[in-house]
Design a protein around this ligand. Structure first.
Ligand SMILES: [Zn+2]
Length: 117
């Protein structure tokens, strides 16, 4: 019996690939492959002492289907404020009925993601 415990303990020290599960609300979460407890993203060890590996999940997220964030830096006028499409260098003039309006190429007019640095 004790030998088995020791063996199980040893096996846990080898990184095991985290598994993706779905809860009752169909929300995805990650779980320890050994004890099935939920683990948070990037955790390197489960509370059951299983060492965790995230390789497959990282690959999955980097490939198609996963969304990534892109960052772009550009200059704006000193009086530009976030959401001010009129002063934004990436906006363009579009038509709304007969009026000219400043359009956002990211379609984010109302929730401008630009942060001034
Ligand atoms: Zn575990």
């Amino acid at each position: 019996m004790q030998n088995n415990d020791l063996r199980a303990e040893l096996i846990r020290q080898f990184p095991a690939e985290v598994v993706e599960m779905r809860d009752r609300q169909n929300e995805a979460y990650y779980a320890c492959p050994t004890c099935a407890r939920a683990v948070s993203l990037g955790m390197d060890k489960c509370v059951c002492s299983q060492v965790l590996s995230w390789k497959n999940i990282q690959q999955m997220e980097a490939s198609e289907g996963g969304r990534r964030k892109a960052k772009l830096e550009f200059e704006v006028a000193s009086d530009f404020t976030s959401g001010n499409c009129r002063k934004c260098p990436i906006s363009y003039i579009g038509k709304s009925g007969t009026d000219n309006v400043y359009e956002c190429p990211l379609k984010l007019r109302a929730s401008c993601p630009i942060k001034l640095c």
